[in-house]
Design a protein around this ligand. Structure first.
Ligand code: F6R
Length: 608
């Protein structure tokens, strides 16, 4: 996820671009840059780090241009650096491009462009775009952009300028957001509405493959055949603050709703029907995998909970013993590690001190490390041998939601990859899980469109002192995550228990009116879970049951039942956690808590 902006009009572009980017920093903030056409020449300024760094660089430069594009980056391909920052330019620097999205076929395009004599300076996928536009340029910028995009696969929102046509911005989107701001004698492009709201409230909401040309004569929107498209102006009535959150009241709710896309993006190009699984640049041979006799998954908090699911899934599919450890415990318990050990270190931020410490310890003792992280160029990503990124985009709310579900996706991908190479399960079974994964994104949409029952159940939760979450197998892992979500943002004490373990002590705490959230999505454990639910029901508990569609028998035992769409039980965690995120969110809202910034917590814990 990155943010792009563009301006053409009568005012100085630089301040408008920087201000626009500041409203988009929530989309990424590891580097920023702008390109202007200054005295007839493309001038690019870009810097690693927050937008303020770029501002510092620009502060003593007189820039008078009335046209420009800008970018704030959340790295996916290539670590955060000055060189990898946008805008990117063609060989002679006459064309500049800002891009939000991922060009999936960039390797093929790059190889072809190199064979045509083009030289690349960055590690990004984006750099193919200015070269492609250059290749097709024949006196008309929009023609060249249309031709270039016809070669590109993946997602993109683009802003393109060229000094050969210094009074023009060309833009287009496919699967990445882009809006056009309509001012008086001026036009804007932006990834999101807040970037233009201080200048105009009239915008066009672009659809995929709509091309925009902004010149001093006005704004033209057309299709790839250059036929003009007449669009209605959308008049924005919300305030800037609400707009930054995409109209959601909190970042957490926005991020919960971003999960369908985050899941899809994380699967992109790694799981493709009928093709072998790809782990980006990670390649483990059959011999290397057979040499591994133990896997440690190490992480903290929510990332640790994703690892609990990972243990089940890797053992089931790849048939390697997996130990799951809390990083701060692992570091100090003299774990048995040697060259036959593989560590999977999971961390959204890639900066958690204990996870980094555990990684360093394992590396020192000869283990191979695969990191799963959301932040390109983070410490953990740099120190691991291999990295599989979760392409969730920046997560702003302290309580992790989309990072968690995409960590699960990354763990499924790794498990399937190992199973495929080692041949531990039949290819038909692997294809079935792949199909299931590819359908998950739309099933999460179904859940998110159907949250009324959960919202109503908040009344049974918000005034409780204690809430208990129960589950067996993979449901136990999700119970742990659901419980953490509730306690961290609503400050209600909650605990997760394995269904069968409850009666060994904790059931003493269940009394009339105690709220229990029971997960029963695992078909082979359904009957046993129903018995556990009965145990708490007979002691007076108020139970919310979460089961797979078709298991309405659960309604006989619980007070309220919520169903997730049918999926293979092994994939159910990605779906069953969503109602629990929603429950925690609305409970915190009901209690008037500071949802995005809960007390005593920090997004990234860089101390022990
Ligand atoms: C909970 C939460 C934390 C983090 C933990 C690890 O919602 O976000 O428990 O999961 O602090 O952080 P990362 O994944 O950045 O290592």
């Amino acid at each position: 996820m990155c943010g792009i902006v563009g301006y053409l009009g009568k005012k100085k572009a630089v301040s408008i671009l920087i201000e626009g980017l500041s409203k988009l920093e929530y989309r990424g903030y590891d580097s920023a840059g702008i390109a202007l056409i200054e005295d007839g020449v493309v001038k690019v300024q870009k810097r690693k780090g927050r937008l303020a760094n770029l501002g510092e660089t620009l502060k003593d430069t007189e820039l008078n241009s009335k046209i420009g594009i800008g970018h704030t980056r959340w790295a996916t391909h290539g670590e955060p650096s000055d060189l990898n920052s946008h805008p990117h330019v063609n060989g002679d620097g006459t064309i500049a491009v800002v891009h939000n999205g991922i060009i999936e076929n960039y390797i093929v395009l790059k190889e072809w462009l190199v064979s045509e004599g083009y030289k690349f300076v960055s590690e990004t996928d984006t750099e193919v775009i200015p070269h492609l536009v250059d290749y097709y340029y024949n006196g008309n910028l929009e023609d060249a952009v249309i031709k270039a995009t016809q070669k590109m696969e993946g997602s993109y929102a683009l802003g393109v300028i060229s000094e050969k046509e210094p009074g023009k911005i060309v833009a287009v989107r496919k699967d990445s957001p882009l809006i056009v701001g309509v001012g008086e004698n001026e036009g804007f492009i932006a990834s999101d509405i807040p970037a233009v709201l201080n200048h105009t409230r009239d915008v066009y909401l672009l659809e995929d493959k709509e091309y925009v040309v902004i010149t001093e004569d006005g704004i033209k929107i057309m299709n790839s055949k250059k036929e003009e498209i007449k669009k209605e102006i959308f008049h924005v009535t919300w305030d800037v603050d609400a707009a930054e959150k995409g109209g959601y009241e909190h970042f957490m709710l926005k991020e919960i709703h971003e999960q369908p896309k985050a899941i899809k993006d994380t699967l992109t190009s790694r799981i493709v029907k009928g093709e072998k699984i790809k782990l980006d640049s990670i390649s483990l041979t059959k011999e290397q995998l057979e040499n591994i006799d133990r896997i440690y998954i190490v992480a903290c908090g929510t990332a640790y909970h994703s690892g609990v699911v990972g243990k089940y899934v890797i053992e089931r599919l790849a048939k390697v013993p997996v130990e799951i450890d809390i990083a701060s415990e692992f570091r100090y318990r003299n774990p048995l590690i040697n060259e036959r050990t593989l560590m999977i270190a999971i961390s959204q931020s890639g900066e958690t001190a204990d996870t980094l410490g555990a990684l360093r310890l394992a590396k020192e003792k000869g283990a191979r490390i695969i990191a799963i992280t959301n932040v390109v160029g983070s410490s953990i990503s740099r120190e691991a041998d291999d990295v599989l990124y979760t392409w969730a985009g920046p997560e702003i709310a302290v309580a992790s939601t989309k990072a968690y579900t995409t960590m699960l996706i990354a763990l499924y991908i790794i498990s399937l990859y190992m199973a495929e190479i080692k041949g531990t399960v039949k290819q038909s079974e692997i294809e079935k899980v792949k199909d299931g994964l590819l359908n998950l994104s739309e099933k999460t949409v179904e859940i998110l469109n159907n949250t009324e029952k959960i919202k109503n159940f908040v009344e049974k939760v918000y005034d409780q002192r204690d809430v208990y979450y129960l589950g067996r197998g993979l449901d136990y892992a999700i119970a742990m995550e659901g419980s953490l979500k509730l306690k961290e943002i609503s400050y209600i004490h909650s605990e997760a228990y394995a269904g069968g373990e409850l009666k060994h002590g904790t059931i003493a705490l269940i009394e009339e009116g105690t709220t229990v959230i029971a997960l029963a999505t695992q078909e082979d454990l359904f009957e046993k879970m129903v018995s556990n639910i009965k145990e708490v029901k007979t002691r007076g508990a108020n139970v919310l049951g979460i089961a797979m569609e078709g298991h309405d028998y659960i309604e006989k035992t619980v007070d309220e039942a919520v169903y997730i769409p049918r999926v293979m039980p092994i994939l159910a965690p990605v779906l069953s956690v969503i109602p629990l995120q929603v429950l925690a969110y609305y409970t915190a809202v009901r209690k008037g808590c500071d949802v995005d910034k809960p007390r005593n917590l920090a997004k990234s814990v860089t101390v022990e």
